[in-house]
Design a protein around this ligand. Structure first.
Ligand code: SF4
Length: 201
């Protein structure tokens, strides 16, 4: 209960009252018409218990106060995308969290929005927007987009990959410390379906 400063006819009470609200960035969240749904959370934990990522890795792996789907949405907004943006990547986007949320927070679309904002700055209200954009990755996707839209180049590249599969190394740094290195297939998809007698020209 917070009272006002002492009134002229009152014998006790404070001379002045200062109210300091520590909202941890929630006013900023509230100012965004889409992201403000985050603040409807009643901390029931339903999304957490239905999240396939959370049930496998547990709460401590997130390293934040709020784990699970709501943590993936709230923490990057509170702490900024530069330091906590990767949490939004820890989702298969299966949609279970959005379905079980009793207050209908559209968690999957908010996760998508934060993923987008972490690599783009346009029309963003989230701290650190665009901070996770890597120019190498941006160029890699541009090159992929070009190759995938030029069938001759793509097909000859795919055929070349089948020929060099034997010399693709089995160790690819830290990535292969817990998993096998992927190898190009022995035949391209076109060769495979052609061998099955399907006309794919
Ligand atoms: S299910 Fe909805 S209300 Fe419950 S913790 Fe998750 S986001 Fe919050």
């Amino acid at each position: 209960m917070i009272s006002s400063p002492r009134q002229a006819d009152e014998k006790d009470g404070p001379k002045e009252v200062h109210l300091v609200l520590l909202d941890n960035g929630r006013s900023r969240i509230y100012s965004d018409p889409e992201l403000l749904a985050t603040l409807r959370c009643i901390r029931c934990g339903a999304c957490i218990n239905h999240c396939p990522v959370y049930v496998r890795i547990g709460g401590h792996a997130y390293g934040t106060v709020y784990p699970g789907p709501i943590g993936k949405v709230l923490e990057p907004q509170k702490e900024g995308l530069a330091s906590h943006g990767e949490l939004a990547q820890a989702s298969s986007l299966c949609g279970a969290c959005g379905e079980v949320c009793p207050v209908r927070i559209p968690l999957p679309s908010l996760i998508n929005r934060l993923r987008y904002e972490s690599v783009r700055q346009d029309s963003s209200t989230t701290q650190g927007a665009g901070s996770r954009r890597k120019w190498q990755e941006a160029y890699a996707w541009k090159a992929w987009s070009w190759a995938a839209s030029h069938p001759r180049f793509y097909n000859s590249g795919a055929q070349m990959a089948t020929r060099v599969r034997k010399i693709v190394p089995n160790k690819l740094g830290a990535w292969t410390s817990v998993r096998s290195a992927p190898k190009p297939a022995a035949r391209t998809l076109h060769q495979h379906v052609a061998a099955m007698g399907v006309d794919n020209e």
